[in-house]
Write a protein that binds this ligand. Structure first.
Ligand SMILES: [Zn+2]
Length: 253
């Protein structure tokens, strides 16, 4: 059984959601994404759609729905960010909304950093965990910068999932006490590499994520990874930690 802390239900057709449920994905967090028009109004519409429509689609498919909302660094609107961040806390009145996400840095720069820091403060104030996106380009440098901003924020690193880590950024994020998301997609983490990392470092604060529904993705990334971890000799206990207990523990953190 799996809990996926990072997918995008709005990019997954109904039959594929049913397939996910069939293969053991019991609960999932659908995160606010970077795609779409860049206005504040469009982003509000996206948040409303995740809470109103996508949570229900997940539930109908047999997957316990959870939602993460944030302003994604790759779609910062030019106007209206203040209003968005003022509005965001009200979404947590809905019990399905469990975390802030995805937030982070994409291209970097002063504006992205300021909005990232404000969202970290918001997460601390709301006592909610944060799911942080790290970009493909200049991942180590951006990750270092994000961790520096996190250090200056009131949010405890144990409430932050640094997602899409690479073997290099894994050490940085874990060293600071964050959770690390190994994203099982082409070009990110291969299941074999994930197995090697978990056997070397243990399963503490490591979760496997899929990011399905956005870009080049493998629908069955998590079930296949479980098989690969098993084939690599990882115990059932370790596999359960990274695919089930860890994700649930992060959400309760
Ligand atoms: Zn994503």
């Amino acid at each position: 059984m799996f809990v996926d802390l990072h997918l995008h239900a709005d990019g997954i057709p109904d039959p594929d959601l049913a397939t996910l449920a069939y293969f053991g994905v019991k609960a999932a967090v659908t995160c606010a994404r970077d795609a779409g028009a860049g206005s504040a109004a469009a982003l509000r519409k996206h948040w409303d759609e995740l809470v109103g429509v996508q949570a229900q689609r997940l539930e109908l498919a047999g997957i316990r729905p959870m939602v993460a909302l944030a302003v994604h660094p790759a779609r910062l609107p030019w106007h209206g960010v203040d209003e968005l961040l003022q509005r965001l806390p009200h979404y947590f009145d809905d019990p399905h909304v469990v975390a802030l996400g995805e937030l982070g840095l994409d291209q970097g720069g002063e504006r992205e950093e300021e909005i990232f820091s404000r969202q970290l403060e918001l997460a601390a104030r709301l006592r909610r965990p944060a799911i942080v996106h790290t970009p493909d380009r200049e991942k180590p440098a951006r990750t270092r910068r994000m961790l520096a901003l996190l250090k200056d924020s009131p949010l405890d690193p144990s409430r932050v999932l640094v997602d899409h880590v690479s073997p290099e950024t894994f050490a940085l994020a874990r060293g600071m006490g964050c959770w690390c998301g190994l994203t099982l997609q082409p070009g990110l983490f291969e299941a074999g590499a994930a197995a090697g990392l978990i056997s070397r470092h243990g399963a503490e604060r490591i979760v496997l994520t899929s990011d399905i529904g956005e870009g080049a993705t493998d629908l069955l990334a998590l079930p296949k990874a479980d098989e690969a971890l098993k084939a690599a000799g990882l115990t059932a206990g370790l596999r359960r930690r990274v695919l089930w207990e860890g994700p649930l523990g992060f959400l309760k953190s």
